[in-house]
Each structure stands twice: as structure tokens, then as C-alpha cells.
Design a protein around this ligand. Structure first.
Ligand code: PGA
Length: 251
């Protein structure tokens, strides 16, 4: 099975020319590894249409969608705009967006808007901290259940869940998760989905890992961590590292 490599460019690059350059490198990698890896580039919205036009070799996703499309919202991007700009996916529920105030209810509304426009959600879940009593499991359970509440059963097969422990993300990461921690959580997420939607539906959901993924650790999340791909931040902006990361997945 192909693994999924979703690239979360966050607020970079600043310049459109750099976004196109990066997109061309992703296209080259995508062609090189087309048998093994599905690339999804998620640029900031200002670059989305240009990146989507730059190549058909990979798919494109947004990073933001308005929860309510019935009222005009200054500064927000609707699911229809994402679709018209070439997005087939959109990241929702990222911990950085949750830290800005988006809660499970908002994430569920965003997912509903995406599904209306046939955009596949890359729905992020993850605990803020680990503890010894399993509260971190309840936190992720609530997130998963609210994602499921917004999805018609038919859309489940395409859903991508990104398990991203908050403590493992970005420059302030405490550390990367171990493959064992990732595996435990992915099994748990599948159990939560199975309890609500049945075992077959649960197996059809794609679950990837994110949080300080790089060329050194990426492969073990597939081989030992039960992940079916990755959501990559920092390492997705450096063409050399991204190339090494992709190469590491298929050796
Ligand atoms: P990181 O970001 O790879 O830079 O830790 C991952 C993410 O936030 O999705």
C-alpha cells in the first residue's frame, strides 16, 4: 500500500516564486516515488491555486476552512473557495488552530463544510500532554468522536486522521513520539472508530503520524508505529531533507 506524505507548509514560503519552486521539487519527488508515496502539499491559501496549477503530479490541500459558510466572515476561506482553487484535501483540527480557540465543535463544523464540497479532511488529533492515568486517551477520544459526528458514513473511507501529539510538534517540541507510543494511540483511535462505526469502517480510515517527523525517524512510524503515512511540518520545507525523507520510506 502507498504511504501518504502530507506536507504542512504552515506560514511558508513567503514569496510566490519560492512556493512554485518548492512545488516543482515536490512534483519531481512525487514522480520519482509514484509507486510508493502519495504526496499532498498543503500551502498557505495565498499560494494554493498557483501550487495546484504547477503540477498534477501531486495533490493539494488547504490549511484552513470557515466553519460557517452562510455568513460573510472577514479573513476566512470557505470550502467552496478551497475547491475552486484546486484543493482536494484540507487540514483541520491542527493543534496550532486549536490553540487559537478552535474547539471540537468548530472542527466538526469545518469537516461538515469540507464534506459538502467533497474535500477530504486531514483531521488532526493529539493530546497536549501524557499522564499516567490515561486522561490523554480521553482527550483524543473526544476529538475522534467529534470528527466522526460530522462525517456521513460514506465519507469515512476517505477520511485521513493525523495523530499529532502536541508535545511533539514544531520548534518547541519536547521530543518526537516513539513508534510504540504512536502504535498504541493508532490502535486506540481505530478502537474508538470501531465502537461508533464498526470494525470494517474503522479499518478503512487512513491514519498518519505527525510531529517532528524527519528523514531519520519517518520510516519506523510505518514499520513499527502502525502509521500509514506522515504529516510533516519543518522537514517539508527543505527540499534536501524532504528528498531524504521520501527515500528513507522505500528502502
Ligand atoms: P513539525 O510539524 O513536523 O514541524 O513538528 C508538524 C505539524 O505541525 O503538522
Amino acid at each position: 500500500m502507498k504511504s501518504l506524505l502530507a506536507l504542512n507548509w504552515k506560514m511558508a514560503p513567503e514569496k510566490p516564486t519560492d512556493a512554485i519552486r518548492l512545488a516543482k521539487s515536490v512534483a519531481a519527488l512525487s514522480k520519482k516515488y509514484k509507486k510508493n508515496i502519495s504526496f499532498i502539499a498543503c500551502p498557505p491559501f495565498v499560494h494554493l491555486a498557483a501550487v495546484a496549477k504547477a503540477s498534477k503530479a501531486f495533490r493539494v490541500g488547504g490549511q484552513l476552512v470557515a466553519a460557517d459558510s452562510t455568513e460573510a466572515q472577514t479573513g476566512l476561506i470557505s470550502a467552496g473557495m478551497l475547491k475552486a482553487s484546486g484543493a482536494q484535501y484540507c487540514i483541520v483540527g491542527h493543534s496550532e488552530a486549536r490553540a487559537r480557540g478552535e474547539n471540537n465543535e468548530v472542527v466538526a463544523q469545518q469537516i461538515a463544510r469540507l464534506v459538502e464540497k467533497k474535500i477530504i479532511p486531514i483531521a488532526c488529533v493529539g493530546e497536549r500532554a501524557r499522564d499516567t492515568q490515561g486522561w490523554y486517551l480521553s482527550e483524543v477520544k473526544d476529538q475522534v468522536e467529534s470528527i466522526l459526528s460530522a462525517l456521513p458514513r460514506a465519507a469515512l473511507r476517505q477520511l485521513v486522521i493525523a495523530y499529532e501529539p502536541v508535545w511533539a510538534i514544531g520548534v518547541r517540541a519536547e521530543r518526537v513520539a516513539t513508534p510504540a507510543e504512536c502504535r498504541e494511540m493508532i490502535i486506540y483511535i481505530r478502537k474508538v472508530i470501531a465502537d461508533t462505526c464498526g470494525a470494517k469502517a474503522s479499518e478503512s480510515v487512513t491514519i498518519v503520524y505527525g510531529g517532528s517527523v524527519d528523514e531519520k525517524n519517518a520510516r519506523t512510524f510505518l514499520t513499527e508505529g502502525a502509521a500509514q503515512g506522515h504529516l510533516v511540518g519543518r522537514a517539508s520545507l527543505d527540499v534536501k531533507r524532504l528528498g531524504a525523507l521520501a527515500a528513507s520510506l522505500i528502502t
